[in-house]
Design a protein around this ligand. Sequence first.
Ligand code: C2E
Ligand code: CA
Ligand code: CA
Ligand code: CA
Length: 275
Amino acid sequence: KLRETLEVVRYDKRMETEDIDHKRIERELRRALIEGHGLEVHYQPIVPANPGAGPTRYEALARWTSPELGKVSPERFIKVAEATGLILPLGWKLLDLVCADMCLLDKARVSINVSPTQLMSRGFAEKFTAIVLSHGIAPWRIEVEVTEQIVVRDDATIEQELIALSHNGFTLALDDFGTGFASIGYLTQMPFDGLKIDRSFVRSIEDGQQGMRMVRSIVGLARAMDLSIVAEGVENEAEAVLLRRIGADYLQGYYFGRPAPASAWVKDSPTPKGP
Ligand code: C2E
Ligand code: CA
Ligand code: CA
Ligand code: CA
């Protein structure tokens, strides 16, 4: 009985601290959006599995350092931003940053994460397109990544906005494939161009035949539907070798490079010449 009570107390305490954290993150995030600093975007390379597959692409990943809270992980602040609606202004701010960085990344394609809340706001695709075009960037250079959460929401606006994005020339990828509820069947109904196999599956291929078979069948189905396949969270050579063999088109993970500012990926940058 006592132990039960203690468990409850401990649980309450944890909820409370999470609540306070949530409030502080919300307040500081609001401030960051008004003052316009502390927010950054890092880029992680998405490399072709085989030389024929095309040039290296990048995934844009949000980074935030608050003067009060220090570095806050995107897992945490994106969650708060989603719950409070701050994801809308935050998303536009991040899109501006990405567009500005894309001139550094030369002709490379960049993937941008878009959350279900963003897609549920009517006119999202139109505004997204207008911002990209205002920077003089061709839509085909941008891929929009959405998680399987959109399937759970089953929202008509989300579908409309995805169709509009695709119509406007952006490519669409289903992120974290295998962790949620999206089926390959769902992928055929929506204008997706590719899927990203979640790193939990990538991890499983080294565990033996079961994992290997699973990833192989995902790749087979995706291939049959003409979807491009990115394997996420590749951390070592063994995984890379197996994923190439299975037939993934692109590989992404710490093995190939950690997220870093756009300037870190600038190739052949002219060395400044002194007088
Ligand atoms: P995600 O879209 O699945 O992004 C991939 C995450 O895996 C990134 O975490 C990346 O740093 C991490 N990662 C990459 N390679 C490896 C690896 O080899 N091993 C392991 N263990 N991890 C790896 P990050 O940057 O912390 O982002 C976390 C999540 O936050 C993202 O997951 C995405 O859902 C969300 N997020 C990040 N930036 C944005 C954004 O601008 N907008 C939205 N809506 N969500 C974002
Ligand atoms: Ca992603
Ligand atoms: Ca992912
Ligand atoms: Ca994830």
